[in-house]
Ligand binder design. Sequence first.
Ligand code: ZN
Length: 297
Amino acid sequence: MDHDELRQRLRPRSGGPLPKDALIDDAKVRDFPRSYRQGYRRIERNSLQALMASSRSRHHTLAIKVANCSPSQPCGEAVLCWWCKVKTGLAEAEAMNSTFNIAIRRHRISAITIILAVIDLEDHQALKQHIRNFHRYWRVICEGWPGCRWRGRFELDLLTGHPDQELGTYVKKTLKGLGYARQHDSYEDFVLLHTHIVLAHPGVGRGKVVDRLSAAYPLPRQVNVTSLRGEQTMEEALSRFGGYMVKFRPPSFALAGRGSRTRRPRHPHVILDYIQLQRRFSGDDLLIHDAVPRRHQ
Ligand SMILES: [Zn+2]
């Protein structure tokens, strides 16, 4: 598919789906929840619209690459491409399940979210430094908990300062504690760096884990530690969490509204900023895991 054909396909009325869209219920992706597959396809469509509306040819090249993605020649652009994102989610679900032994007792395995920092979007060094610092911190505390295992990821959200971007009340409180104040007259962009980790902690109770993390990250709601969802089997819960970690969702206020007739994104430049932010990292840069070979084992 070339530039003109893609433009044609993206037209609101006369356009149509991409060839890979026919694979939405394909056996290779069917294990991933359907609502997520559809949501990812919607994000892809918005992303392609935003890229093609840009005046930069490198944006068009990227859009064409994603539009031509197929199972035999995947584009690898999991931030944009619904097919590659679902495949990444499935791979992450599998990695989660192979990290954690099914025999681990449920009260000794926790799902952890930590809000780490708010960083100026343009300050690339500060973002990388925060990621390095957390890696170091995490390794040190986990060394103090014998037999623990973990797997997780950093997630990067875009904070735009735009009044239409909704932030949950509790996130607002935490952000305020991190020094972020939304200013309605100047839409400055920031990155909200947070992390989702599954931790198996056979030798220590969940309460101790919470205490230890909250000592380092003391703001209200900065640390959230829960059990894996009880109504799901361990395998399901780990799969869901794994898939959830690689959702790559641009701020929803920037996407086309539900039921929009034109189906064009409301704020394409926000989507482009988001894509650019994510593409500064490869998938493994944001991974947090214990699978470093240990010589003494
Ligand atoms: Zn792809």
